[in-house]
Design a protein around this ligand. Structure first.
Ligand code: ADP
Length: 500
């Protein structure tokens, strides 16, 4: 038990622990990967935003240049026609006292201009150093104004009133479509809500991964997401796929470790059984040998006067020799069985005769132990093709056990009968019995039930393994029915079809 715990700990340390660490590492590195993907998109968005802002600035600058050169005559009417996002152009004196506007005369825009005095005075400062700077200012929800002080006419301030929705769809949208290509969906909408003013794929919902405010219209933002899936979806998919793979991997490793553990445990049990076997066999060899020696010496010294006693001692010597021979034969046959070199010599035989020959060998013992014998043989059994010696050996082992494990109740029933196409041989005792949990184990090599009377009964743990091998080599089966304290019945079934 202590050893199997050690094996478990070793397996845990060399297989499961690394797998566990790896899983934890993988799971934590998934977050890093997700972060990396996020950063990639951030960079992408930065690049997009830079292009868009630059483009917007270029467009606004070109408008400013055309207006600057065209004002006050009507040359810029063409500009208005080709750029429907421009609502109006307001031109004022630098003191913001007089004004005019094109194409519509609208005092409202002039009033708007006057609310940005600070920006205008800054623009005039730039103008004084011949630098025309553009300043976008928010006008209302639907429009914004691009203010500038034309360097060519120092006494003027110009405001281009732009419809923001048209500007976003016409000007920015064109650029975004260009930038999005096949990989991304780019859109422009308010920062605070998910409704889009423009999207390169209008059917897409509001789930965008990243957004950045626009220079020209700061409460609107350019938004980005992967075409098809969002970064979160992609990362989540990857995360779950990897997690499932890791769980499967861990389970496979766990199952592998479990099987290795079981295998090693079984091997160790076998090693323990083998060492028990060696001490059992040595004991089993020594007992008959010392008996034989003792009775032979007594006889040799002619100390036994009565002929009856002498006969009894000869009987004991003979019996112990047979026991010794059986044990040695068992070991030899077992090693042949293990090496797969045991050959059977099949010939048509009468099962009842084999049973009778086995009983003869035990007659002395049965008599001595006052066994109650119940033999019922079916006289009409057909001859079957078997290896007589092997079947006799199997029966010897079974009868041996019935005697060995008989306990107080010395009873043995031996029966042969035919059931359809099978010949059944039953060996039944009223001995100590075998608990159900051991019914399949007792046929394993070296296995001995280590409780009750078995402790004191001698044995190698090979008998039933040999019986099973013999029976199976005849195409038959051996079954057990046993109850603790009540006795056991072993039934050999030999098929007539394959044996006959
Ligand atoms: P062994 O040399 O120990 O008898 P076997 O392979 O013949 O080896 O039997 C395996 C174990 O099965 C025995 O150790 C014993 O515990 C149990 N056993 C076998 N036959 C009987 C039986 N007739 N009654 C009770 N226990 C039995």
């Amino acid at each position: 038990m202590k050893n199997s715990k050690k094996i478990f700990i070793i397996l845990f340390c060399i297989v499961l622990l690394p797998a566990l660490f790896y899983s934890v590492y993988e799971i934590s590195s998934l977050d890093e990967t997700e972060e990396m993907i996020g950063q990639m998109y951030n960079r992408q968005l930065d690049a997009v935003l830079f292009s868009v802002n630059q483009y917007v600035l270029d467009v606004a600058s070109s408008w400013a240049t055309q207006i600057e050169n065209g004002l006050p005559n009507d040359r810029f009417v063409r500009l208005l026609q080709t750029n429907p996002s421009i609502i109006s152009v307001v031109v004022s004196d630098t003191a913001l006292a007089s004004w005019r506007s094109y194409p519509v005369r609208s005092p409202e825009y002039f009033q708007k201009l006057r609310t940005h005095r600070e920006t205008i005075s800054r623009l005039l400062r730039y103008q004084s150093v011949a630098y025309r700077k553009l300043e976008p200012v928010i006008d209302s929800d639907s429009a914004f104004i691009i203010l500038f002080a034309p360097s060519s006419s120092p006494s003027q301030i110009v405001g281009i009133v732009v419809n923001n929705e048209r500007f976003i769809t016409d000007v920015i949208g064109r650029k975004l479509t260009d930038l999005a290509q096949n990989d991304f969906i780019l859109a422009v909408g308010r920062i605070s809500n998910t409704a889009m003013v423009f999207s390169t794929e209008p059917s897409t919902g509001g789930l965008f991964s990243q957004q950045r405010p626009l220079w020209i219209y700061p409460d609107h933002a350019v938004k980005i997401r992967l075409r098809g899936t969002t970064i979160e979806e992609a990362a989540n998919n990857r995360y779950y796929r990897n997690l499932i793979l890791l769980v499967i991997l861990d389970l496979v490793l766990l199952a592998g470790a479990f099987f290795v553990y079981r295998l090693i445990k079984r091997e160790m049990e076998l090693v323990a059984l083998k060492s028990d076997f060696i001490s059992n066999v040595s004991h089993e060899l020594r007992t008959p040998l010392s008996l034989i020696r003792m009775f032979a010496e007594t006889l040799e010294m002619k100390r036994v006067k009565s002929e009856k006693k002498r006969q009894e001692y000869y009987g004991i010597i003979l019996h112990e020799t047979e026991r010794l021979t059986r044990l040695i034969n068992n070991i030899l046959n077992f090693s042949r069985m293990e090496a797969n070199t045991r050959r059977y010599n099949f010939k048509l035989s009468n099962i009842n005769e084999i049973i009778a020959s086995v009983l003869t060998v035990y007659s002395y013992q049965f008599e001595k132990l006052t066994f109650s014998l119940d033999v019922s043989l079916d006289k009409d059994l057909p001859a079957v093709s078997v290896d007589e010696e092997a079947i006799a050996e199997a029966l010897h082992n079974l009868v041996d056990n019935a005697v060995k494990y008989s306990g107080e109740n010395k009873y043995l029933r031996l029966a042969s009968l035919r059931s359809g196409n099978t010949i059944l041989i039953e060996i039944e005792d009223h001995g100590i019995g075998i608990a159900a949990e051991y019914h399949s184990k007792i046929f394993e090599k070296f296995f001995r039930v280590s409780r009750g009377l078995v402790h004191t009964a001698k044995g190698s743990g090979l008998g039933l393994a040999i019986v099973q091998h013999i029976v199976q080599s005849h195409g038959g089966t051996i079954t057990i029915s046993s109850e603790i304290g009540k006795g056991s019945r072993f039934t050999i079934a030999l098929p007539l079809a394959t044996t006959g």
